[in-house]
Design a protein around this ligand. Structure first.
Ligand SMILES: [Zn+2]
Length: 197
């Protein structure tokens, strides 16, 4: 069925409103595969997914946290910068509709609506399930892998630093210190060029 085994999966048929607590380790192998196309890499320790799951009607509520130790390149020096992910995992999942109902004729005038980022300046546009921050599960079990991956990726900082004091590539510029010999070479080239002209 699934192209690969799901690491974080639970059946929904016996789930009730009281629900139950679930926890899984997040193996470095799972992290490595899930983060393959991202700047994030696992640091080697296992993480953890810990959730409370319950079912109200046919909707499944998932509330918990994802913890994972990863690293990503420092924005200044490209050395690994540690990132300890501790992210909320809050989901309201409804069963996937077996067929997509035909769109009302009125909506056709604007063409097909695609994705959650439909035009924001149209307040009258109806909110679909995805736009409302909901998601779906298929079949008789919920697979959390994609949501766990998403929760980790959302924690990726836009400007990761190996340390707050990171000075970037090369030695820090100290006032009064001798200039970097590599820079002196560059300066010579520049002055040679300018004297030639
Ligand atoms: Zn750095």
């Amino acid at each position: 069925m699934a192209p690969q085994d799901s690491a974080f999966v639970f059946p929904v048929h016996d789930l009730d409103a009281a629900g139950r607590d679930l926890a899984w380790p997040v193996s470095p192998e799972w992290l490595a595969a899930a983060l393959l196309d991202t700047p994030l890499t696992p640091r080697g320790q296992a993480g953890e997914v810990r959730v409370h799951v319950s079912k109200i009607g046919r909707e499944v509520l998932v509330r918990g946290r994802v913890r994972a130790a990863v690293s990503l390149p420092c924005a200044r020096c490209l050395d690994p910068a540690s990132l300890d992910v501790d992210a909320a995992l809050d989901l309201l999942l409804e069963p996937a509709a077996p067929v997509v109902p035909a769109a009302p004729a009125r909506a056709d005038r604007r063409g097909p609506k695609r994705g959650p980022r439909a035009v924001a300046s149209e307040p009258e546009a109806e909110l679909g399930p995805l736009e409302a921050g909901r998601d779906v599960y298929e079949g008789e079990e919920v697979q959390l892998d994609a949501f766990v991956r998403e929760a980790i990726l959302l924690e990726e900082p836009s400007f990761p630093l190996c340390s707050e004091a990171c000075e970037g590539i090369g030695p820090p510029a100290v006032p009064g210190a001798a200039p970097d010999p590599r820079l002196a070479v560059l300066a010579n080239i520049v002055s040679l060029k300018s004297t030639k002209e």
